[in-house]
Design a protein around this ligand. Structure first.
Ligand code: H2U
Ligand code: ZN
Length: 361
């Protein structure tokens, strides 16, 4: 079968008046260059698949069996200090090691290529309270967390051999999180990993081409027609990206250009802490459970370059689809071709906008 060459063209051109809520369509992610297939006509699909069980709801303020609680023993018999706010330690089972000799392998055919990687992995206990979450911590506690992340980004990023600092949180058993004690992680390393590297390239190309900041141009557009904006404060906004892949994926963005946490003003640090609390409380209220997610900050690489097109942003990537127990699976077509979603980003934004910002009782 011969087909016209342009049959694989991926551009979305609004040539024909179209109700985008009715037709399957591809949406383009300018930050990564990837595409998501949106199938809004499919949301009535019956569900007879896997239903996840819920983790126990009641947690102790201090759990003697928890390796992250103050005063408790971790692996290797290290005892945690009696910390009062935030406590950072080097991961006892790190994925990256500091003392790795530079080495590379290439079979000459460009097929068997490997390079040694060095880095540092840290665990950040964000509260001494075993039973709290980002959603239930107070603003003061969240400000302390943002300040600690800033300190760590700066300190680790300053090392000559560290070019990227990834700060993230895995929340909930469903995300593979091994312990409910509120904690985030930091993996700092020599190589800029694939995803942030792609975001770096695309933001740089945008800056070169248009002279402006990709994500600020995007945020301006969203604020001017706020169908995907969930909430704003003076310095930050929360949006369901036009190209979101996960059903309730969101992004938090500062309203002015800030390439990394160290560029935030005091008001912007407060604004970030406020946005973190409000976003996670809305998530908790969506299905009436302590909401699972992977969350991470993307900041400019710490390779010493200016990265003038970079904008700090936060990705929330939650797995839940239609209730506390029904999860979105990224399988089949998603594993082999590209991500796909049914509920549209606009519908997700409507749902999240309607959620309360009060902590779950
Ligand atoms: P997650 O549950 O989010 O994966 O993180 C827990 C981290 O804590 C995990 O990376 C580390 C694990 O290696 N850890 C320690 O560093 N010391 C311990 O005593 C237990 C767990
Ligand atoms: Zn604990």
């Amino acid at each position: 079968m011969t087909k016209a060459r342009n049959s694989t063209t991926r551009s979305i051109i609004d040539e024909v008046p179209m109700n985008w809520n009715d037709v399957p369509h591809n949406r383009f992610n300018p930050l990564t260059g990837e595409t998501v297939l949106v199938s809004p006509h499919r949301t009535q699909r019956p569900w007879q698949g896997k239903v996840e069980s819920l983790p126990p709801a009641v947690l102790l303020r201090h759990d003697t069996a928890c390796y992250l609680c103050p005063g408790n023993k971790r692996a290797g018999d290290t005892v945690n200090p009696d910390y009062k706010e935030v406590f950072v330690f080097t991961n006892d089972f790190p994925a990256l090691l500091e003392d790795v000799p530079a080495a590379s392998r290439n079979d000459g055919n460009g097929l068997l290529i490997a390079e040694s990687e060095l880095g540092i992995c840290k665990v950040v206990c964000i509260s001494p309270r075993h039973d709290l979450t980002v959603a239930t911590m107070d603003l003061k506690g969240l400000v302390a967390v943002v300040k600690e992340w800033t300190y760590q980004y700066n300190e680790l990023g300053d090392r000559p051999d560290i070019n990227h600092v990834q700060i993230f949180e895995n929340r909930g058993e469903i995300m593979g999180c091994s312990n409910p004690h509120p904690h985030s992680q930091i993996w700092a390393q020599k190589t800029v990993p694939d995803l942030p590297a792609r975001e770096t390239e695309r933001q740089a190309a945008w800056k070169k081409d248009k002279g402006s900041v990709l994500l600020l141009d995007y945020l301006k557009l969203e604020i001017s027609n706020p169908e995907r904006i969930i909430f704003e404060n003076d310095t930050w906004a929360a949006v369901v990206p036009f190209w979101a892949v996960w059903p309730f994926e969101t992004m938090l963005l500062p309203k002015a250009q800030r390439r990394d946490l160290t560029e935030l003003s005091t008001a912007e640090i407060d604004g970030f802490a406020d946005a973190l609390g409000r976003m996670t409380r809305r998530y908790d209220n969506l299905f009436g459970v302590s909401f699972p997610y992977s969350m991470g900050l993307h900041q400019r690489p710490t390779d010493g370059l200016g990265h003038e097109g970079w904008q700090l942003h936060v990705h929330f990537l939650p797995p839940l689809l239609r209730s506390a127990t029904v999860k979105k699976f990224m399988v089949g077509y998603e594993m082999l071709a590209q991500p796909q979603r049914d509920i549209t980003p606009e519908q997700a934004a409507d749902r999240l906008r309607a959620c309360s910002e009060m902590a779950l009782q």
